[in-house]
Design a protein around this ligand. Structure first.
Ligand SMILES: Cc1cc2nc3c(=O)[nH]c(=O)nc-3n(C[C@H](O)[C@H](O)[C@H](O)COP(=O)(O)O)c2cc1C
Length: 193
């Protein structure tokens, strides 16, 4: 292993699931790609996303206090690249990339019609974290394609490797480590001591 104190861009923890963040203030709707997002709490259901102040999305979320988090299939990875490499400050991405939208139920911000799942979020908190702002949203509604889930995810998601690289999962590698397996292991460990 090589040790360095820091890297200019530390993406060694990738792959990361790509989400498209939709935002809207007054009549302005926008979408950007995000890899820095995470579940924070089951109860209340909180979801966080880290967004640079350079992004139009940053300002739209601060103004409207709402956003949606949209998860896309691997065959839509090009869209992630498109909306992740262009700014709504320069172009109207929804029109240029022909993105179809569906109205939100609990927020004014729409969701992507073609995503396999989406969270509607109301902003409950935010704080500056270094060169990004971490937005915390309360999930007030969830959309999902029932065909995309058979208990667990059953569609190929878009995963990001950094730079211009995308990948997905191969479900033939799926393993199920059930509770019995864990109990069996622990009992042997305790007995074998
Ligand atoms: C796959 C991918 C993931 C990205 N993840 C993030 C992220 O988590 N946070 C962020 O601030 N920018 C991220 N970006 C960059 C923004 O998507 C990009 O700057 C975009 O142009 C911002 O659009 P906007 O100005 O219309 O909001 C990512 C870009 C790509 C391609």
């Amino acid at each position: 292993m090589v040790f360095v104190e820091t890297l200019q861009k530390y993406n060694l923890h990738y792959p990361a699931n790509v989400a498209l963040i939709c935002s809207m203030y007054e009549e302005r709707i926008n979408a950007m790609a995000a890899a820095w997002h995470t579940q924070l709490s089951h109860d209340p259901p909180l979801y966080g996303v880290s967004i640079s102040p350079k992004r139009l999305t940053h300002d739209l979320i601060l103004s409207s206090k709402e956003f949606t988090v949209n998860f896309i299939r691997y065959d839509q990875s090009r869209l992630a690249s498109f909306v992740g490499k262009t700014s709504g400050r320069d172009i109207d991405k929804l029109n240029v990339f022909e993105i179809n939208l569906t109205s939100g139920n609990k927020v004014k911000v729409p969701i992507l019609s073609d995503c396999y799942a989406a969270y509607e979020c109301k902003l409950v908190d935010f704080r500056r974290t270094g060169d990004h702002t971490f937005f915390i949203g309360l999930i007030v509604g969830v959309h999902y394609d029932p065909n995309a889930f058979t208990q667990v995810l059953n569609v190929q998601p878009t995963l990001y490797l950094g730079s211009d690289n995308y990948v997905t999962v191969d479900f033939s590698t799926k393993r199920v480590h059930d509770e019995k397996q864990v109990k069996d292991y622990l009992s042997k460990w305790v007995q074998g001591g």
